[in-house]
Design a binder for this molecule. Structure first.
Ligand SMILES: [Mn+2]
Length: 369
C-alpha cells in the first residue's frame, strides 16, 4: 500500500497546477471503464482542471444512462483539442484504447489506473495498478479519498456502476472487504441503487433482446458441456441494427450451462470481418488470460478477451485448439476426428467474403446442440 500512496503523491504533484487532462478507458468501454472515467473527469473538473473523458459516444451500452455522459468528448473530436496530461483507467496499454486516442496519449505524460492482472506495468509515468482491486472504480475511489476530492451523487453513481458491473453485483471473488467499504461509502452520496440495478440488470432494449435470441440459437456445447460458446456475426448485428454495446451480457448464455468451465463468445465487429473478437469466462482453476494471451489479449483470471486476427471460422478453430490444449496439456493434438472443429461447416479454404459483398456467413456455422 505504501507504494500506492507514493503513486498518489506523485499524481498530486502532477495535478498541482491546472491541467488540460484527457481520460480514456479501453475500447468498447464497460461499466468500470465508463464509470471510472466519468468520475475522474467530474472530480478533476470540480477542483479546477479542464478534464475530459473520451469514448465512442455512439456505443456506450447500458452504462450510457450515467449522469456525466453528456460531458464526454467524442473520440471523433479529439484531434481539435490540446492536452497536457493523459489518464488511462481500466486499461494498461495503448493498443487496448480507441484508435483515435492512441497517438494523442503517446505524446503526453501518462497516469495509469488499472486492475488488470495482464497489465505489465510498462504504461504510464505514474502507475496505480492493483490486480487485487475489484475494479478500476475501486482504485479511483481510493485515490479520490486520499486526495480529499469532493463527491456528488453523479460521481458516486459512476463509481458504483464501475464496482457493481466488474464484481457481478458484488458476487465475484474479487469482491473484498475493501470493495464493500468503498461501496458503502458511495451510498452516503445518494446512489439510487434500485434504479441503477433496474437499468443495468433488470431491463433490456429490444435490440439487446433480439441479439440474445440469436445468440441462444447459436449455443454450441462440447467437451461434455465443459465448454460452451455462442456467436454473433456481423450480419446478426446488422439484422437488428445492434452494436457490441447491446451484447454486453451475451457471455452469460454459454456461462449458464450447467457444468460449464469455459465460456466463449465469438463476435464480429462491422467492417472488420478479417478479425474476430472473443470474450472468455472460466470457472475453477482455468485461467482465461492464458487463452486470451495466445491471441495478444488479456484481462482477468476468470474474465478475459482478445481479438483473433482471422475471419470467424478460422478464429473459432484456433481458439478451440487453444482450449483443448489447456484442458488436456501434454496431449499432442491428434487429427480432429469427431470434434466440433471438423463438423463446423466452414472448411479452412473457404474464403470469407469481404464486408462489401452480401455475406452468406450464417449463424448456423455455430452448431446447435
Ligand atoms: Mn475493470
Amino acid at each position: 500500500m505504501s507504494h500506492e500512496k507514493d503513486s498518489f503523491a506523485a499524481i498530486k504533484e502532477m495535478l498541482a497546477t491546472p491541467k488540460r487532462i484527457l481520460i480514456s478507458g479501453h475500447l468498447s468501454p464497460d461499466g468500470d471503464s465508463l464509470g471510472s472515467m466519468i468520475a475522474m473527469a467530474r472530480m478533476l473538473t470540480a477542483c479546477g482542471h479542464d478534464a475530459k473523458a473520451t469514448a465512442d459516444v455512439n456505443a456506450l451500452g447500458k452504462p450510457g444512462f450515467l449522469e456525466g455522459v453528456e460531458d464526454l468528448l467524442s473520440v471523433r473530436k479529439l484531434k481539435r483539442k490540446k492536452f497536457d496530461l493523459f489518464i488511462a483507467v481500466d486499461c494498461g496499454s495503448l493498443d487496448r484504447m480507441p484508435p483515435e486516442v492512441r497517438p494523442i496519449a503517446a505524446k503526453l505524460p501518462k497516469i495509469c489506473i488499472d486492475h488488470h492482472v495482464t497489465n505489465d506495468g510498462s504504461f504510464g509515468d505514474v502507475q496505480v495498478v492493483d490486480p487485487a482491486a475489484s475494479s478500476a472504480g475501486e482504485i479511483v475511489w481510493r485515490l479520490a479519498k486520499w486526495m480529499e476530492w469532493k463527491f456528488d451523487r453523479a460521481t458516486a453513481e459512476a463509481l458504483w456502476v464501475a464496482m457493481v458491473t466488474d464484481t457481478g453485483r458484488f458476487a465475484y471473488d474479487a469482491t473484498s472487504p475493501k470493495t464493500l467499504r468503498a461501496a458503502g461509502d458511495l451510498l452516503k452520496y445518494g446512489v439510487r441503487t434500485a434504479l441503477v440495478n433496474d437499468i443495468i440488470y433488470g431491463t433490456f432494449p429490444r435490440k439487446a433482446i433480439e441479439l440474445k435470441r440469436i445468440a441462444w440459437r447459436s449455443l454450441h456445447v462440447w467437451k461434455n458441456r465443459r465448454v460452451a460458446e455462442v456467436t454473433l456475426t456481423r450480419d446478426d448485428f446488422r439484422s437488428v441494427r445492434g452494436t457490441k454495446a447491446e451484447a454486453e451480457d451475451i457471455i452469460e448464455i454459454p456461462r449458464s450451462v450447467a457444468r460449464n468451465e469455459i465460456a466463449l463468445f465469438f463476435y464480429q465487429i462491422p467492417d472488420r470481418t478479417k478479425e474476430t473478437r472473443c470474450s472468455i469466462r472460466t470457472r475453477g482453476d482455468w485461467d482465461a488470460t492464458v487463452l486470451a494471451a495466445k491471441f495478444g489479449g488479456g484481462g482477468h483470471k476468470k474474465a478475459a478477451g482478445c481479438t483473433i486476427k482471422a475471419p470467424l471460422g478460422v478464429a473459432k478453430r484456433q481458439m478451440r485448439k487453444a482450449v483443448k490444449e489447456m484442458l488436456y496439456p501434454g496431449k499432442k493434438p491428434t487429427p480432429p476426428a469427431r470434434t466440433a472443429v471438423t463438423s463446423a461447416p466452414v472448411p479452412p479454404s473457404t474464403p470469407i467474403p469481404l464486408p462489401a459483398s452480401p455475406s452468406p456467413l450464417p449463424s448456423s456455422q455455430c452448431q446447435k446442440q
